[in-house]
Design a protein around this ligand. Structure first.
Ligand code: PXL
Length: 267
């Protein structure tokens, strides 16, 4: 039976991040993808490619999740990406309570260029209070790991492990804290922590430039693998290979950043 994954995420119009990336990743891994859009992001070519951000009406977010669940009758795993406002977080939290999805993977996208700075702290707090308790797996990047763990700048693998444990201690079953290439190890490095085991996951770094959509791809691939029945550690290992392929096959355009493409990944 084909497994079903739902991305509750933002649209990034150019196709390099957000819900578009989630759908492509689900499909590449043989999972049927659905989306409930939380916001619409359009990069601004006239303003340093800043993020123009428009939240989707809360009722419409509610209706999309309701429709998706009603149509399919089951959702095997949910990926939560960019939410963006405390109001959106409230609607999504209610849906997580109502539907009690079997697996929830949270990519805690905390701030996005172009959002009102004043709203960011409210959004961080709402995410931590209302969404984090529903997550089976959380995949923070280095900045998000610092914020969620409440620690100063992380500059070593040991500090990353400690921070992952601090997030796990807040009640999240599995933490996958992503440093990528930022710790200068020459690898793309993440820490996996499940309350017992703490493992460093590493693959050789592909180039030095950051590629848009890598984080979304990792969390979406973990979601797809978990939907198919993998445990979180195996899902994370597979997801890293998917990201390597997506970066190797990245798209170059006119923006100063490249974006991932998942379409060449082979298991
Ligand atoms: O990569 C983070 C991200 C997630 N979701 C949406 C985005 C971005 C970054 O641009 O636009 C919708």
């Amino acid at each position: 039976m084909t497994k079903i994954a739902l991305a509750i995420a933002g649209s990034e119009a150019s196709g390099g991040a957000g819900a578009q990336t989630d759908l492509k990743t689900f499909h590449q891994l043989g999972v049927f993808g659905c989306t409930s859009l939380t916001c619409i992001v359009s990069f601004d070519p006239h303003n340093d490619w800043g993020h123009r951000f428009v939240p989707v009406d809360p009722q419409v977010i509610h209706d999309q999740i309701e429709a998706t669940v009603a149509v399919h009758g089951r959702i095997d795993a949910v990926k939560i990406g960019m939410l963006g406002t405390p109001t959106t977080i409230g609607v999504v939290a209610e849906a997580l309570e109502r539907y009690d999805f079997p697996k929830v993977i949270l990519d805690p996208v905390l701030i996005c260029k172009g959002q009102e700075p004043g709203a960011a702290l409210d959004t961080d707090n709402a995410l931590r209070e209302k969404i984090l308790p529903h997550a089976d797996v959380v995949t923070p990047n280095l900045f998000e790991t610092q914020t969620l763990a409440g620690v100063d700048e992380i500059t070593s693998v040991n500090a990353l492990k400690d921070a992952a444990k601090k997030i796990g201690d807040q009640g999240v079953p599995v933490v996958i804290a992503k440093a990528g290439t930022l710790l200068g190890t020459g690898t793309a490095l993440d820490v996996y922590y499940d309350g017992h085991d703490c493992e460093v996951l590493e693959v050789p770094a592909v180039g030095q430039e950051r590629v848009s959509g890598a984080g979304c791809t990792l969390a979406a691939a973990i979601t797809a693998e978990i939907a198919k029945g993998a445990n979180a550690l195996d899902a994370a290992r597979t997801a890293k290979q998917v990201v390597v392929s997506a970066i190797e096959n990245r798209m170059h355009g006119n923006a100063p950043f490249d974006c991932v493409y998942q379409g060449h990944y082979q298991a």
